[in-house]
Structures are given as C-alpha cells and as structure tokens.
Design a protein around this ligand. Structure first.
Ligand code: MTE
Ligand code: CO
Length: 428
C-alpha cells in the first residue's frame, strides 16, 4: 500500500496507509480488518481444498470464443419492460456500475433498435452513394476496406439517455439513468474519402444516411460534419461490429447523438436540404416549456455520473476508506475537470481523472475519501475543454422546461444511506 492520499481529497480525504494501520491494530471488521478476523476463525476459503486447485481445468479450445467467468453472469445489459411496447422497438442499458476504465466490452454495449436487430449477410452487403454526386456508386464490404483505415475511440450516447429523469428522480440505477452510452474503439474509413470517390456536386450540403434494417432508419446530416470526422466503421474493439451495433457497417458521428450513427448502413444520399425524416421531426426534437421545439440538436453536451457507489452498487464496507468512481464525457472535446460533492453540491472537490483523456470519449474519474458512516448526497460535475460546466437539473429545467425527453445532462444525485444502500434522488 504505497498509495498516497490524493491531495485533492482534502478534509474528507483519507490516507489508505493510516487506515490500514488503524484497521489492523484495532482488528476492525472492514477490508484489512476482515482478513485478520478471518485468519483467527480459520477461514475455509483458506483451509479447505478447492476443486480448481486439485483437478485439471478445461483445455484450450473448450471455449473457442471466450466468455466472462460464470461468476460474472449478472453483468448484462438490462431493459425496463414498461418503457416500450415491444422489444423490437426498444432499448436496453449498459451495466455502467460493473465496468472499469473507459472501454465498453462489445457484449455489453447498450442496444437501441427501431425494428429489431438486422442480420445482414456481408456477402450481400452493399453501400450506395447517390444524389448530388458526379457518379453514383455502389461499394461492397471489401471495396470499403480498401480505403485507408483509421482507429478512434468515441462514446455513443442516445439523445434519450436520462430521458426518464426530466420530471424527477425515477429509475434506480446508473445502468438505467445513464446506461444509453458506450465507448468503443472503431476501425473504419473516413466518410470524406468515400464521398470523394463519388464526387460531390457544388450544391451538395446535406447527407442522408439510411439503414438496411426494417425501419430503414434515416437522418439528415450536415455535409460539413460528414466531411469533418465521420467514419464508416466495420470493427469495434478489434473485432467485426456486433450485429446489435450494425454489422457489417455503421456510421460513426463523433460527439453527436446516437440516432445519427446509422447501423447496417446501406445508402447515403447527397442533397441540398434536410429531408425532414421521421426521426428529426416527430422524434429527436426537444419540446420546450413554451410548446416550441428545438430541432437539429445534434451535439451531446458535457455530462458525468458516479457509477460507484450507485443504487446497484451499494457501499457494503460500511465505514472507512471509500473509492468513488465515475464517468464523464463531452461531445465538444475532452473533459478538463470533474468535481465531486458528497453533501449534495454544497462543497466540491476535484476528482482524479485516470486513463486516456481523448476528445469525444468517456473519461474515468476517481475520488477517494474516508466515509464516517453518515448519509451522503453524492454528485459529480464535469467541465469540458470549451469551459462548459455541466448544469444542475434545476438550471437545466429553467431553460428547457420539463416537456423534453432528449438531451438531459443535468447533475445526478445519489443518496447513500447510513446502511450503505443508495437511492436515486434530487436535491433542490
Ligand atoms: N440505425 C438503424 N439502422 N436502426 C436503428 O434503430 N438506432 C439509432 C442508431 N442507429 C438505429 C440506428 C439510435 S436511436 C441509437 S441511440 C444508436 O443507433 C444506438 O446504437 P447501439 O445500438 O449500437 O447502441
Ligand atoms: Co438513440
């Protein structure tokens, strides 16, 4: 235990070393203390022979595609059945409270489908580019892979993430309040290179990517964004895209709402005006308090959430040295700072960001402190490299009302009770 007390932990900050000493000396019942107590009582975890130490395990090839330990089988995507009428037009949620670092494992990336998961045969896959181009073109998957490839880590957040929380604290778990986000390393080709092959007419201003699923989901995308940083991706975290995520090809639209990231991408039409598709008129617009709607609100604002502790991850160790952890992200760049409050926003301390800090990617933060066992109101507040500060829910509602579903990036509060249970609450 050579870890130093983070200087940012301040008054509430605890020294791990000091804690361990205290725990051992007092024979306390937490962390180090529990090991000491267990040894005195002759712990069967130490004294009893274990199968895994006595018998040969499975040989290689028992699991040609490796899966997590069976003891981790509760770490899964989950849905909220009453949210939607059918599982084909629905969403499930990333188990953020069980994840570490910044990368979301492929099998745990939340799914949002409008017409179920399409199973596209890659041999039959085609991407058409048509509209205001010099030569309409059709590409096979192999054709696409012959453009220069690039690798980028980006978060994808559905605009509806935290959407159920506009009118008050509702869902009990960061998986459900914030789990419509994942963060993946994409391999793909630049959309601008593919468009250049077809040649853009002078009056080209908009793109309409369209999916091959039964929803034929489409959206209008400004050409400027398409030429800037969008990718046509065929791989995620080193392997082919999963069918849930758009196999064999999806559009990657860094920092912008997930709905634009068309999966099973089969066509991109080039035009001079937006198409006013279903998903940008009746859906994915933000109804304000005065009844008017904001439209084309593409960028995902700076946001953060404490993933541990949280309602699905209570504080089981009661008191003492406590590791708080969470995620922060911004569609406008990097995260420059995350603040944490344990008293409902009265006092703030700077959290420690650890791991890669990349633009439009999740950031992992930590805050370590000594918990005295009294109830806490945990909050995190992210600030991005543009200087934008994540607002409180009250500040957000002042500007946006409570009619919205989309783009809720307000500060989340978790109430930690004296018994370690955690609940989704709001503070005024
Ligand atoms: N693309 C197609 N073709 N069909 C869809 O239903 N859903 C969109 C987008 N792209 C969708 C789609 C929405 S609303 C979101 S939030 C993201 O895909 C979700 O991506 P994921 O399922 O990989 O998490
Ligand atoms: Co979405």
């Amino acid at each position: 235990m050579t870890q130093k007390t983070p200087s940012t932990a301040g008054a509430q900050g605890g020294s791990r070393r000091a804690f361990l000493k205290g725990g051992l000396a007092a024979g306390g019942a937490v962390v180090a203390g529990s090991a000491a107590v267990a040894a005195e009582k002759s712990d069967p975890a130490i004294t009893e022979p274990k199968d895994w130490s006595q018998f040969l395990g499975d040989g290689v090839d028992a699991h040609p595609y490796g899966m997590p330990s069976k003891f981790e089988n509760g770490v899964v995507r989950r849905n909220v059945p009453w949210l939607t009428a059918s599982p084909e037009s629905s969403v499930n949620f990333t188990p953020l409270y069980k994840l570490e670092g910044i990368i979301t494992p492929n099998g745990l990336c939340f799914e949002r489908h409008h017409a179920g998961r399409a199973e596209v045969d890659p041999a039959q896959y085609r991407l058409m580019i048509n509209g205001l181009v010099d030569k309409p073109m059709v590409f096979t998957l192999d054709d696409l892979k012959r453009f220069p490839r690039v690798n980028h880590i980006y978060f994808l957040e559905c605009a509806a993430n935290s959407g159920m929380e506009w009118r008050g604290a509702q869902l009990n778990g960061c998986q459900f309040t914030h789990g419509m986000v994942h963060n993946v390393m994409y391999t793909g080709v630049r959309l601008r290179d593919v468009l250049a092959e077809a040649g853009l007419k002078n009056n080209a201003k908009w793109l309409m990517p369209e999916g091959a699923d039964a929803a034929g989901m489409n959206r209008s995308l400004p050409l400027e964004k398409g030429l800037d940083d969008c990718l046509i991706a065929h791989a995620m975290n080193g392997e082919a895209l999963r069918p849930e995520q758009g196999y064999p090809v999806r559009l990657v639209v860094p920092g912008w709402e997930g709905n634009l990231w068309v999966k099973w991408l089969r066509r991109i039409e080039v035009g001079d005006a937006p198409w006013q598709a279903r998903e940008e008129t009746s859906k994915y617009t933000d109804l304000l308090g005065d009844g008017k709607a904001r439209r084309f609100t593409w960028v995902m604002d700076c946001k953060s959430v404490i993933t541990n502790p949280s309602p699905q991850a209570p504080l089981n160790h009661k008191t003492g040295f406590t590791v708080l952890s969470g995620l922060a992200w911004s569609g406008r760049g990097r995260i420059s700072r995350v603040d944490v409050s344990i008293d409902g926003g009265k006092n703030w301390r700077t959290a420690r960001i650890d791991g890669p800090s990349l633009p439009r990617s999740l950031h992992r933060f930590y805050y370590e402190f000594d918990w005295d066992g009294s109830p806490l109101l945990l909050q995190s507040r992210a600030i991005d490299t543009t200087g934008y500060v994540q607002p409180t829910k009250g500040e957000l509602r002042k500007v946006r009302g409570t009619n919205s579903i989309y783009h809720n990036n307000g500060i989340q509060t978790w109430h930690v009770k004296a018994n370690g249970e955690v609940e989704n609450v709001e503070v005024s």
